[in-house]
Design a binder for this molecule. Structure first.
Ligand SMILES: [Zn+2]
Length: 250
C-alpha cells in the first residue's frame, strides 16, 4: 500500500474507531487492553491495481474483528426462559423500543448508511451466511455498536462451554425484510434488524437445552434488550441511527 493510500486508510480507520467509540455500549471504568483491528477500504479503488468488481458487488464496507474485550460488568442472571425478554437494566417488562430505541429507518443496500455497517470478520464466531448472493454477507453486517457486546458474548461462550459449543450468528442486518413476517406491507415492516441493531444468536452444535443460558449470557455481554425466541436469542443495541449519521438521508 502506497503512502497516500495508507494515510486514507488510516484516516478512515480512525473515523471508524471514533464512530465506534461514540456508538458502542459503555465500557467498564477500568478496561483491560483492547485490540481493535479495523480495516477500512477506500471508497475509490486504487488505480494501480483495480479490484475486479461485479455489477452486483456491494460497496466496500469497513471490516472489524474485536480480538480482546474488557471484562463485562458483574452479571447475576443465570438463565432467561423461553418467551421472556430482559433489558439492560434488568426489566422483564420493557419493550424493545423502550430498551433499545425505535427503528428509524430501513437501511437499503448501496446507501450511505449501508456503507457504515461493519462487516464482522471474527473467525471465532460462526456466521450462517445462508442468504443467496448478493445478500449472503448480511449475517456479518451490523451496526458498529453491536461489535462490543457480540465480542464479549463470544468470550463468555468460550468460557462457559470451553470449546464444546461455538457462538453462531444466524441473522444480523436484513435488507430482504425477512423479519416481521406477519406484516405483508413492506412499507410497514418493522425490525431493528433492518438497521443492523439486532442480531440472532444460537450455538453450534445446536442445543435447545443451552439456549436459556446463551440468552442470559447475551444479557450479561451488554446487549440492551435480549429476547428468548425459543429457537434463538434475539439481541439488540441502543445506538444512533446510521441513517441519521448520513447527511440528508433518513
Ligand atoms: Zn432477531
Amino acid at each position: 500500500m502506497n503512502d497516500p493510500m495508507r494515510r486514507r486508510s488510516k484516516q478512515a480507520g480512525m473515523m471508524l474507531v471514533g464512530l465506534f467509540g461514540l456508538l458502542a455500549c459503555a465500557a467498564p471504568a477500568e478496561p483491560s487492553t483492547i485490540l481493535v483491528y479495523i480495516h477500512a477500504q477506500d471508497a475509490t479503488p486504487p488505480s494501480a491495481a483495480p479490484a475486479a468488481a461485479s455489477p452486483t458487488a456491494p460497496p466496500a464496507a469497513p471490516t472489524a474483528a474485536l480480538t480482546a474485550t474488557p471484562a463485562p460488568p458483574a452479571c447475576a442472571l443465570e438463565t432467561l426462559a423461553p418467551g421472556l425478554h430482559i433489558s439492560a437494566n434488568g426489566s422483564y417488562t420493557e419493550t424493545e423500543d423502550q430498551a433499545a430505541g425505535p427503528m428509524t429507518c430501513r437501511i437499503a443496500r448501496d446507501s450511505c448508511a449501508f456503507g457504515l455497517l461493519i462487516r464482522n470478520l471474527d473467525a471465532a464466531i460462526l456466521f450462517q451466511d445462508e442468504e443467496a448472493p448478493p445478500h449472503n454477507d448480511e449475517d456479518r453486517r451490523m451496526h458498529p455498536a453491536v461489535l462490543m457486546p457480540l465480542s464479549r458474548l463470544r468470550d463468555l461462550v468460550a468460557a462457559e462451554w470451553r470449546g464444546e459449543a461455538r457462538l453462531v450468528v444466524s441473522d444480523a442486518y436484513d435488507a430482504l425484510l425477512e423479519h416481521d413476517l406477519n406484516q405483508t406491507d413492506p412499507a410497514r415492516k418493522y425490525s431493528l434488524h433492518f438497521e443492523g441493531r439486532s442480531i440472532d444468536l444460537l450455538l453450534s452444535p445446536y442445543d435447545p437445552a443451552r439456549m436459556d443460558r446463551l440468552c442470559a449470557l447475551a444479557h450479561c455481554a451488554g446487549f440492551d434488550w435480549v429476547h428468548h425466541e425459543s429457537t434463538h436469542c434475539h439481541a439488540s443495541v441502543r445506538a444512533m441511527s446510521l441513517c441519521a449519521a448520513c447527511s440528508g438521508e433518513r
